[in-house]
Write a protein that binds this ligand. Structure first.
Ligand SMILES: COc1ccc(S(=O)(=O)N2Cc3cc(C#N)ccc3N(Cc3cncn3C)C[C@H]2Cc2ccccc2)cc1
Ligand SMILES: [Zn+2]
Length: 330
């Protein structure tokens, strides 16, 4: 039997239903009793970053409850300086980055203790330049990206050893040009985004074999038009973001069949409830809704979406306002 590694696209391709997606995200945060809301407590800070970034891209940030969000973030900063996913949870670099990204969008970094954030991140760096995600010590190159992105948003990259952080990223590079989560781990689109983004922030993109990695990335596109995260995997909307943002940073976005990918992403909308799912017909969620919209923003500026910065996955105007210039290959 031939193993199916792709899907058939539905015949009709819906147009981009921005009002529906905005209403889905705005109501997601409000009805707290809903099952989904309770299931996402362990990652609520990231869930808020996904929803608020998507709403800002659609020009709806002013419809959110800014004061309530700022109060929640203040309550989530622990004595260690790190920020947790929800109140009374342990702090972690993943949620510290999400919180700083939200505060940059709201232009409200003053509501938390920035020096204690910087110290929390600095304390996570290991002797080999890598970063542990929290005090329990799990190392993953995703956490290197969280550390470097957080500190660069605060203009405090001086607090860590950037050269050693870069050395660890290079140890994660594979013969196929891609990156895994640790030295020797297999290449995966999500980790390639983290490593490409870190090297873009620190100005070390010249260390990447852009043609070899670009080739591996555009190989992710399947006949359905969708992108997968590794060879032999099914397509998934969130991989549109991981692959496209890395290709954009490498200056090779044009290597992808844009029209086919746009059609794939549009079929992943739920035309009733709003929101995007990983594949047509699956359950929608805020994670895939953000990454569907950010991918469309990179693919075609004629959708009514604000431009997205491929390195930080934040609206371009926020990165401009912060005076940040993450590098890209031409
Ligand atoms: C399926 O239930 C889940 C499973 C895992 C998680 S998770 O570990 O917190 N996380 C974030 C995430 C959030 C949502 C939403 N809302 C949905 C999925 C999803 N995944 C799982 C996923 C996405 N594409 C395919 N898969 C299987 C990624 C994962 C890891 C991740 C975290 C942060 C940034 C990037 C990636 C949450 C819910
Ligand atoms: Zn996904």
């Amino acid at each position: 039997t031939t193993v199916k590694h792709d899907i058939e696209l539905p015949s009709n391709i819906p147009e981009l239903l921005l009002e529906k997606h905005a209403n889905y995200l705005i109501s997601y945060g409000t009805n707290k009793d809903e099952y989904n809301y309770s299931q996402t407590e362990h990652m609520r800070m990231s869930g808020m970053y996904w929803g608020l970034t998507a709403l800002d891209l659609m020009g709806k940030l002013e419809q959110t409850n800014k004061e309530e969000v700022l109060e929640f973030i203040k309550q989530c900063q622990s004595d260690s300086g790190g920020i947790s996913a929800s109140m009374q949870h342990d702090p972690h670099l993943l949620y510290t980055l999400s919180a700083i990204q939200i505060l940059c969008m709201y232009d409200a970094l003053n509501v938390i203790n920035v020096d204690k954030i910087v110290n929390y991140v600095k304390e996570r760096q290991q002797a080999d330049g890598s970063f542990a995600g929290d005090q329990w010590g799990e190392v993953d190159v995703r956490f290197s990206f969280c550390a470097v992105a957080t500190l660069s948003l605060l203009n405090r990259l001086d607090a860590i050893d950037v050269e050693k952080a870069v050395q660890f990223v290079l140890k994660c590079m594979n013969f196929d040009g891609g990156f895994g989560s640790k030295p020797g781990s297999e290449s995966h689109a999500g980790l390639i985004y983290c490593c490409t983004g870190l090297l873009s922030i620190t100005g070390h993109l010249h260390l990447i074999d852009a043609d070899r990695l670009g080739w591996w990335l555009c190989e992710r596109q399947l006949p359905s038009g969708g992108l997968n995260g590794r060879p032999e995997k099914l397509p998934d909307v969130c991989y549109s973001w991981w692959v496209l943002s890395a290709l954009t940073i490498l200056g090779r976005l044009h290597w992808i069949d844009k029209k086919a990918l746009i059609d794939y992403i549009l079929t992943c909308q739920d035309v009733e409830s709003g929101g995007f799912s990983d594949r047509p017909g699956d359950m929608v969620d805020p994670f895939h809704t953000l990454f569907g919209l950010t991918a469309l923003s990179l693919l075609d500026k004629n959708f009514s979406l604000k431009p997205i910065n491929p390195t930080y996955c934040m609206p371009e105007y926020i990165i401009d306002r912060l005076g940040l210039k993450p590098s890209r290959l031409d």
